[in-house]
Design a protein around this ligand. Structure first.
Ligand SMILES: [Zn+2]
Length: 89
């Protein structure tokens, strides 16, 4: 394994583990996203984002979703589906 960056070695895991981690992360993000106020549409705590039509949007606005992902990643100590420690998390 000489010449391999340490981060690659640390991030190895089986596909099944990766899939489970991804599912857990997505489930947490889904909950977390509703606790954040959306700057785009003004959806508050517990509200889903609103589409222009006035109906609940299928997906949260991008900025709100990114914020939720960042919070979950910091809490889980991961970066996306990568089990790599986040500095200062
Ligand atoms: Zn929104």
């Amino acid at each position: 394994m000489a010449g391999m960056p340490q981060s690659v070695l640390l991030s190895w895991e089986s596909k099944a583990t990766g899939a489970r981690r991804e599912r857990e992360r997505n489930a947490e993000v889904e909950v977390e996203v509703l606790t954040i106020d959306c700057a785009r549409c003004g959806a508050g705590d517990g509200d889903q984002c609103m589409a222009k039509s006035g109906w609940a949007a299928e997906r949260p606005h991008a900025a709100r979703l990114r914020e939720a992902q960042a919070r979950v990643d910091a809490r889980l100590g991961c970066l996306g589906s990568n089990p790599v420690a986040v500095p200062d998390a």
